[in-house]
Write a protein that binds this ligand. Structure first.
Ligand SMILES: [Zn+2]
Length: 383
């Protein structure tokens, strides 16, 4: 049985699975995979303060090595539906382009991988297993998805040996870019307490605005590094400074700011926290000044060293598209940040130009080519 990637893409997009809702999307995936002989297991994860999320692990074969495709069926909200060319959940092909929410990020990639497997299995049997790890919790908080599913697989003694994540990775043409790692991300909230007073008597007060300015200036003007072979330089961006003081003759009591650091593998969130604490300590050591620094780590930087897996994916991309893909670590985070603790992981999927936008779309030609790339990856991996 072969599966038409375009029809399966449409079936998936027709489920309005706005994160963390499923609306039947995982059933579409499961039905297609069971038809191909996969064993499917569903896992609903929840924890207090979050909505329960359905996840799917499907496997064909019982032996190692286990080649896994990871992805998500949830999508971001469509925004104003009236601004779309088509109903975002009623996919349509217009002039060779498929429109619909999730076309790029990343329902079509899931459809392409399943179609690739169906073609592969028509002629061959893998010397090992093929699996899919599909979550409904990637676009929002990513708490009840991939992270927990990987722990569950460990409990079930399921081992992954290599993984490809189907996130959109190409800037403008299919075949341009493979992601072999990602920068880390950590957000800080800094609050400074000074001493409130009259602007005419500054010696009786301690201005937290001046102090937060000095700290932010110190952070902002420091180059953390110049980048590495596979990573762009680390950057710190101040995203807000808040004092909320409506009065022109009052030195305020507090000032706060928020900033985010995207960091490469020279740093960890822990070394960055220590660096910032050092600056805060040295600039807040006098008078009544106190500070509070809170942080939230979204992920550490990671890199899958170029090697067997990236070579296979690069070769498959070149065979199908004729392009030599760049090995890159740019862009935001993805669930690869969790998978990297279990096995080598690289990302290759659609063109990300229209991801999360009104009129998200991909050409049917790219759908066919991505299917061919995934099929070639399977052939090369199990050769
Ligand atoms: Zn995505």
């Amino acid at each position: 049985m072969t599966i038409d990637p375009l029809q399966l893409s449409k079936d998936l997009i027709s489920c309005a699975s706005v994160t963390p809702k499923d609306e039947g999307a995982l059933d579409v995936v499961q039905n297609a995979l069971e038809g191909l002989g996969f064993t499917c297991r569903r896992h609903i994860f929840e924890e207090s303060g979050t909505e329960p999320v359905d996840n799917l692990y499907a496997q064909f074969g019982e032996h190692s090595p286990n080649f896994c495709f990871a992805g998500h069926t949830d999508v971001v909200p469509p925004g104003d539906v009236n601004e779309w060319k088509v109903n975002p959940f009623k996919p349509e092909v217009i002039d060779g382009i498929l429109y619909g929410r999730g076309a790029v990020d990343m329902k079509c990639a899931i459809a392409c991988f399943i179609a690739a497997v169906s073609e592969y299995l028509r002629h061959k049997t893998p010397h090992g297993s093929i699996s899919l790890l599909i979550t409904g919790d990637e676009e929002a908080i990513a708490i009840n998805g991939t992270r927990k599913l990987l722990k569950q697989l460990e409990k079930d003694s399921v081992k992954l040996d290599a993984c490809i994540v189907g996130e959109p990775t190409n800037p403008s043409k299919l075949g341009e870019m493979i992601k072999i790692g990602r920068r880390g991300s950590v957000t800080f909230e800094l609050k400074i307490w000074g001493k409130q007073g009259h602007v005419a008597y500054p010696h009786l007060a301690d201005n937290p605005v001046s102090r937060i300015n000095r700290i932010l200036n110190e952070l902002d003007s420091h180059d953390l590094d110049e980048g590495t072979e596979f990573f762009q330089p680390t950057n710190l961006e101040i995203v807000t400074i808040d004092v909320n003081n409506p009065t022109d003759n009052l030195i305020p009591q507090t000032a706060q700011a928020m900033f985010n650091i995207r960091f490469n593998d020279i740093h960890t969130s822990a070394t960055l926290i220590r660096w910032i604490e050092g600056i805060c300590n040295s600039l807040c050591e006098t008078g009544d000044t106190k500070y509070e620094l809170n942080h939230r780590v979204s992920g550490e930087a990671f890199l899958t060293q170029p090697g067997e897996l990236s070579e296979i994916v690069s070769k498959a991309v070149k065979d199908v598209t004729g392009k030599e893909p760049e090995l890159s670590t740019t862009g935001g985070t993805s669930d690869a940040r969790f998978i990297k603790d279990y096995c080598p992981v690289v990302e290759f999927g659609m063109i990300n130009e229209t991801a999360h936008k009104i009129d998200e779309c991909i050409s049917t030609e790219d759908i066919n080519d991505l299917t061919d790339v995934y099929k070639t990856i399977l052939e090369l991996y199990f050769k």
